[in-house]
Design a protein around this ligand. Structure first.
Ligand code: ZN
Length: 135
């Protein structure tokens, strides 16, 4: 695993939280992206070398909607950058972690992503993400 790629925060209302995080970080978000397959709308902020992803549910069956219902707003996941997500998934399985996406899926921000079940990681939802290389 490489550096922390971003921290994901579940929010009820993306527009309100965009304003809030713009005040907090002193910069506006640099992108908004909807991932229809996940029922989520995301926005991204840069703070120095770090990235924050805000996540809003776009339908009541979305995993984010369920998370908000159960736990309320807050830190939802920590994403680590990996060079080769397929081999990293294999390594995680070998170490006994429960990988929720054995086949990586297309996430926001031009990434292939896979999640580890938080039961095996002290309650922290961990996202592995690999930049999708052009060509
Ligand atoms: Zn993420």
């Amino acid at each position: 695993m490489d550096k922390i790629e971003h921290i994901g925060i579940a929010v009820k209302d993306l527009e309100t939280s965009n304003t809030l995080f713009e005040k907090l970080l002193g910069v506006p978000h640099y992108k908004i992206e909807e991932v229809a397959s996940e029922g989520v709308k995301t926005s991204f902020f840069k703070s120095g070398p770090n990235k924050i992803e805000l996540l809003e549910a776009t339908n009541p069956d979305s995993p984010i909607a369920k998370y908000l219902e159960k736990k309320g707003e807050g830190i939802h996941h920590i994403a680590f950058a990996v060079e080769d997500i397929v081999s990293e998934i294999e390594r995680m399985k070998g170490e006994g972690f429960v990988v929720l996406n054995e086949t990586p899926k297309k996430g926001a921000d031009n990434k292939l992503v896979a999640f580890l079940h938080p039961k095996g990681t002290n309650g922290v939802l961990v996202e592995l993400c690999q930049e999708i290389k052009e060509g």
